[in-house]
Design a protein around this ligand. Structure first.
Ligand code: UDP
Ligand code: MN
Length: 428
């Protein structure tokens, strides 16, 4: 999902090495701070200098006495500023431990502190769900043959547009091959879509269909946080069901999934990762693996992300995730994966590389062209049972694909033997 079209986050002062900021003249702060930490690496939060001065009592006449009185003043200011700086560091920056990794590298991006305010507490609007598996056979074996496998919770954000139903049908026919899977379909719209209910019910796969609209304030933002409200709702559903067993995977409605992916992720102990094809400039994103261990990441858009991976490039075991009550996916376009993985305390040495040590591509970030739903000029008086067209256009309209109109849209061409004739010629 992240790609080069996202703007990197604006750096906060605490996102950079202190020295860099001082060099660039971006940071002015009390010199005593470097005395506070022996390693000299303090993460500063920008404070207007005037504010700091007034906090420090600098409104008194300046340095007009002897050196000893200056010294006393300096100590006085220091004593007042020291606790304030501590307060800023430890209280206002709760994620401060997140800024350095095991190698001691300061991480340039730490966005979670800005967004953690919106803790996961989504109102859930379930449209329909079914827990029984109605498939008798899955890949030529009776369903009972798979009873011991952990369940894969496959989370699909989706939203109304003319490609929605075809995308979900295509995905459903992939998922029909996968045993022990619960499909969480979270639809980005206000109310329930009865047509989607009917479709999902027809596939026979256990599923939960929920309405999870993007909050209005984010719709106006460009780029918008696509699919975040949906995934947050799904995380809330998992939390509410107290699930501590099974595997979570975020599978968008427009990706292409190799069936081997499902057997690979089913073994996930904590977090597994694997390459995703067709991501951004390199057409690939994924871990770099040496001696069976993930050592780095290949992705054309880093932007300070500690985990520069695609949403489809990892799976998480629920037994691991349930240990992190602050699991979150903030509304921060481009940083959803990174901040989600940070919220579950991932460490690089814990990552399980999949797909023959990340040499296979088991999922593709295919994208479908979006178009506005079509309007076809076709008289309402012909939309009856004299022909198939009435039923066809009613179905297309329920799917959000197209509608017929008496007055708007492109005039429908109806032809025979290569010649078009009036509508009434065929339909009257
Ligand atoms: N999505 C959504 N609401 C939107 C746009 C997208 O729920 O307004 C879903 C979409 O169906 C997909 C996921 O969020 O499953 C990612 O969106 P998209 O595929 O458009 O983004 P990309 O893969 O190009 O980053
Ligand atoms: Mn997509």
């Amino acid at each position: 999902m992240p790609s080069a079209h996202y703007q990197p986050l604006e750096l906060r002062a605490d996102d950079n090495d202190e020295d860099d900021l001082l060099e660039e003249g971006l940071l002015e702060h009390c010199t005593i701070e470097t005395d506070v930490q022996p390693n000299g690496r303090i993460r500063y939060h920008p404070q207007p200098v005037d504010e700091l001065r007034s906090i420090g009592g600098m409104t008194a006449p300046r340095f007009s006495r002897a050196a000893s009185s200056g010294m006393r003043r300096f100590l006085f200011v220091t004593l007042i500023l020291l606790p304030i700086c501590f307060l800023i560091y430890f209280v206002i920056s709760p994620q401060s431990q997140d800024s350095e990794d095991a190698d001691g590298d300061v991480d340039p991006h730490n966005g979670i502190g800005n967004t953690i305010g919106i803790a996961l507490n989504e109102p859930l609007h379930i449209c329909s769900e079914r827990y029984e598996d109605h498939r008798l056979y899955i890949d030529d074996k009776p369903r009972s043959a798979y009873a011991q496998l952990p369940v894969i919770y496959f989370v699909t954000p989706t939203y109304p547009r003319r490609e929605q139903i075809p995308e979900l049908i295509r995905l459903a026919y992939t998922l029909l091959h996968v045993p022990r899977l619960h499909w969480l379909v979270a639809n980005d719209r206000e109310g329930c879509d009865n047509f989607l209910d009917m479709q999902l019910n027809g596939f026979g796969i256990p599923y939960t269909h929920m309405a999870s609209p993007m909050p209005r304030e984010y719709r106006k933002v460009k780029p918008a946080p696509r699919g975040v409200a949906n995934r947050r709702a799904a995380l809330q559903w998992l939390h509410q069901h107290n699930l501590t067993n099974g595997i979570l995977y975020f599978g968008d409605d427009d990706n292409t999934y190799d069936l081997r992916l499902f057997s690979e992720i089913r073994q996930t102990q904590r977090v597994s990762m694997f390459p995703v094809g067709l991501i951004a400039e390199y057409a690939i994103s994924g871990p770099v693996v040496r001696d069976g261990k993930v050592v780095a990441f290949l992705d054309s858009w880093v932007a300070g992300r500690r985990w520069p991976v695609d949403m489809a490039g990892f799976a998480v075991s629920l037994s691991y995730m349930s240990q992190y009550p602050n699991v979150n996916m903030p509304y921060k376009p481009g940083y959803e994966e990174d901040l989600f993985l940070r919220s579950i305390g991932l460490r690089i040495e814990q990552i399980e590389p999949r797909g023959k040590n990340c040499t296979e591509i088991l999922v593709w970030h295919t994208q479908t062209k979006n178009k506005k739903s079509a309007v076809v000029r076709l008289e309402n008086r012909f939309m009856d049972e004299r022909s198939n067209l009435g039923a066809l256009f009613r179905l297309l309209e329920r799917m959000g694909v197209a509608r017929a109109s008496d007055t708007e849209g492109l005039l429908a061409t109806i032809s025979k033997n290569g010649k078009s004739k009036t509508h009434s010629y065929f339909l009257n």
